[in-house]
Design a protein around this ligand. Structure first.
Ligand code: URA
Ligand code: SF4
Length: 221
């Protein structure tokens, strides 16, 4: 049933004393911080290097991710891995997660059609991102698309205007106190799904790789 009440949020499910990402992942499997757990198959938590130098944040799991329980394992993930490689970022230094950890979709017949998560879902799920960051302590965060950028930089951030630029983070966030992590850098770019949807895929892909090369440069510096 649609409701205008804001969901309770994930706070209650985040173990306050977690020391490892696996503990967070296990706890997130039970999260009911918003209604998205009801129709999705499972929580899709982040994955990657525990001592990652760079954290990629996407929007939410897609259809394939929802079934497999792993982030970025579908077509967008395939493209992202290729772009990371072409930009010269070592995949062994990467952790990949999403702003929202359950798949939001609309059923049309038997097809599950992706629906963009709303501000209430992003806010409800933010405690998991905060917890991931507090254990990961990366040097750089790469925001893939508008949902991730809004989740970490505030609702007025525009990817199209500011993509490919290094910014201080969480200083640039709307509420830096939400993220009690060391000062690192952030860079926003387009979502790999936007490349897949683009009229000129080659051009869009080159743009994504060019932005990621800025990230690679920051890691090399
Ligand atoms: N798109 C995302 O934003 N995240 C995924 O995990 C897959 C597709
Ligand atoms: Fe919890 Fe996030 Fe899933 Fe909502 S989307 S139920 S807050 S894990």
């Amino acid at each position: 049933m649609p409701s205008t009440d804001s969901p309770p949020g994930a706070d209650k499910w985040v173990p306050p004393d977690a020391r490892e990402l696996d503990q967070l992942k296990a706890a997130a499997a039970d999260c009911q911080g918003c209604e998205l757990y009801q129709d999705a198959t499972q929580t899709v938590f982040g994955r990657g290097a525990a001592h990652a130098r760079v954290v990629f944040v996407g929007e939410q799991p897609g259809d394939v991710e929802d079934r497999q329980g792993l982030p970025f394992v579908g077509p967008a993930g395939h493209l992202l891995r290729q772009a990371v490689d072409d930009a010269g970022i070592d995949p062994a230094t990467v952790y990949i997660t999403n702003a929202v950890k359950h798949f939001r979709f609309e059923l049309r017949g038997k097809r599950r059609i992706h629906q963009t998560p709303g501000p209430a879902h992003i806010a409800a799920c933010r405690p998991w991102l905060v917890a991931e960051f507090s254990l990961l302590a990366p040097e750089l965060v790469v925001l893939l698309g508008a949902t991730a950028a809004k989740a970490l930089l505030g609702p007025s951030f525009r990817v199209t205007r500011s993509r490919g630029q290094l910014m201080p983070w969480p200083a640039a966030a709307q509420h830096p106190e939400d993220f009690p992590v060391a000062q690192i850098q952030a860079l926003a770019t387009i979502h790999p799904s936007a490349v897949l949807r683009a009229d000129d895929r080659d051009e869009a892909y080159r743009g994504l790789v060019d932005d990621l090369k800025v990230a690679a440069g920051a890691l090399a510096a």
